[in-house]
Design a binder for this molecule. Structure first.
Ligand SMILES: NC(=O)c1ccc[n+]([C@@H]2O[C@H](COP(=O)([O-])OP(=O)(O)OC[C@H]3O[C@@H](n4cnc5c(N)ncnc54)[C@H](OP(=O)(O)O)[C@@H]3O)[C@@H](O)[C@H]2O)c1
Length: 281
């Protein structure tokens, strides 16, 4: 595996000549919860071997109103990646929760750097998830929302061509017009800022689209922008029982520091791994 692409190093016209997404495997991130990964709850109410229904209840959105949840994994020494990807840190339990967290969301939000680095394909929940959603009055699939200032995304990628629901691309007014036109064929392209995506404006925009409950899968630049913008309600953090050293970055970074108090909501455990849930204090 290679290091994640350095987004800021992407030339503005790169999408015209280099097919960024074509270089990565079009991994279909179809959800399929791995119920074999045992997960216990340590706090607040201890419970052994949670089934999917119990996990879905534990991770339920607090209501139907606007809510933004970020989900990350980090090593004990704070690395967000191993060899450029988050998957190297995760195990079956983290993957199980990662997939279940999508089930109750109106929108699944991801930064373009993560889409490129992790080789995202179309986001399509499996039949079990669809049945679960439909019986609760939700649309069969959440909407996949990508955030990019350069629009350096390939319209021919399976992210768009295999999408069960037309994705939304959140971008900025200064984004290149040619890429905007190309992506507008396969996605709804929406401006949420002048030169940077404004997290609150993005949230308001998605709420206006009927998508108030947002489940975000990173990455660190997007998370940093949302922390700096005071737009994070919740963090689900898997603490992977490993020390990484090296030069991997943290799960959030931004030009400005933005200390934000968080309150512990729950602690799950799978072996030596902790799955923590924090809400804004
Ligand atoms: N540990 C974990 O749980 C986890 C989770 C996710 C990702 N990761 C890792 O994180 C690495 C990627 O890091 P990253 O920081 O590049 O990821 P990222 O935040 O997903 O992507 C950064 C890109 O997203 C767009 N973006 C982010 N914030 C923006 C804003 N405020 N306004 C406009 N556009 C914005 C820009 O896209 P354009 O460049 O297209 O303009 C930017 O270059 C990968 O190695 C991935 O594996 C780890």
């Amino acid at each position: 595996m290679s290091e994640a692409p350095a987004p800021d190093a992407v030339a503005p016209d790169a999408a015209d000549s280099t097919d960024v997404l074509a270089d990565v495997t079009a991994a279909d991130v179809t959800a399929s919860a791995d119920a074999s990964a045992r997960i216990d709850r340590l706090w607040p109410e201890p419970a052994a071997d949670l089934d999917d229904e119990a996990l879905l209840e534990a991770y339920a959105f607090p209501g139907e109103g606007p809510w933004l949840r970020m989900n990350f994994i980090a090593s004990l020494d704070g690395a967000a990646t191993r060899q450029g990807r988050s998957g190297g840190l995760g195990d079956a339990a983290d993957r199980r929760v990662f997939e279940l967290l999508r089930w109750g969301a109106d929108a699944v939000l991801v930064g373009a750097g993560t889409v490129r680095a992790e080789g995202y394909g179309a986001m399509r929940l499996d039949n079990a998830a669809v049945a679960w959603r439909v019986t609760r009055g939700l649309p069969a699939q959440p909407v996949f929302v990508l955030v990019t200032r350069t629009l350096n995304l390939d319209p021919a990628s399976s992210v768009f061509t295999d999408a069960p629901v037309r994705p939304i691309v959140c971008t900025v007014a200064t984004a290149p017009a040619s890429r905007r036109a190309a992506l507008a064929v396969v996605a709804d392209v929406v401006d949420v800022g002048e030169t940077e995506a404004d997290p609150q404006r993005l949230r308001d925009e998605l709420a206006a689209w009927g998508l108030p409950r947002i489940h975000a899968e990173g990455g660190p630049s997007l998370f940093g922008a949302f922390v700096a913008g005071g737009a994070v309600d919740e963090l689900c953090l898997t603490l992977s029982p490993t020390l990484e050293a090296g030069d991997a970055r943290r799960i959030a970074h931004s030009p400005l520091a933005a200390p934000t108090g968080m309150a512990l909501a729950s602690v799950l455990r799978s072996g030596d791994e902790l799955l923590l849930r924090y809400r804004r204090a």
